[in-house]
Design a protein around this ligand. Sequence first.
Ligand code: GLN
Length: 308
Amino acid sequence: SPIPDYLTRVLENARPFDAGEPACYIDVLAKADTTRMAVALATVDGSVYSVGDDNIEFSMQSISKPFVYALAIQDQGLAKVLEKVGVEPSGDAFNRLSLEAGTNRPMNPMINAGAVATHALVNSPDGTVEGRVNRILDMMSRLAGRQLHVDEEVYEAEFKDANRNMGLAYMLKAAGMITCDPQEAVKGYVKQCSVNVNVRDLAMMAATLANGGVHPVSGERIIPQDSVRQVLSVLTTCGMYNSSGDWISNVGIPAKSGVSGGIIGALPGQLGLAVFSPRLDERGNSVRGVAMCKQLSHDMGFHMMDVS
Ligand code: GLN
């Protein structure tokens, strides 16, 4: 197949971009190896292609948010989720302490405030945070096609220093947007962010979204079709934080980034893609990751608004 050779060219074209720095708010991310780069592509018929550091694991971070949003919708129904979390792009940084005027909801599920509220909407079989995290981990693992694990080092470091997310959670509690203990909500949210993956896992997860919620290899329906539509809609307007407008006009693929340097994209009916490189731009998106996605989209005609 000519695809791996092509992906290698995409990777090498982005390698010279050396702007940005890895996330610095915790040591484990700050000391990430910035030479690492990978790209993976998974088609809805189950073929996966990847090059570069494609078996290197990193924490999902914010890439966990769309999948947990899908689970919350499945558990509560969309109407109840919408009472607690909006769907409007905020145009603000992902960790902004803000609620929507009038409704008191966080603006959307992709900023931290909305993601903490969304996490708290996922049912726990036994009422504990661990029970809820295990359900999330089980879903992520089925999406990836292998058992995934929480990176305890990332979790510990992040939870020890979670002042900002704690602030968000207390604000949500005061506004009536979460009912559980704010500290427990943050604990679970940080665990969901600390799940380790590689780009092949992420490409499969994205390909499941692109395939209407049915896993391309196992054939299992993991996410209901109506949740997939909701998730991809929100990713289109809010997935890349405050560069979502630039992203969707340039790349044209519903996508989600995370502070450890990963980005996923899901092109409905066609494929899922994932890229990894730790250096981030000032908005928290991977510099080389964005470059690779731009090239892929332009070369392959992936822009969803183009008529082919
Ligand atoms: N764990 C990170 C946080 O809550 C996730 C943010 C991100 O990936 N943008 O700050």
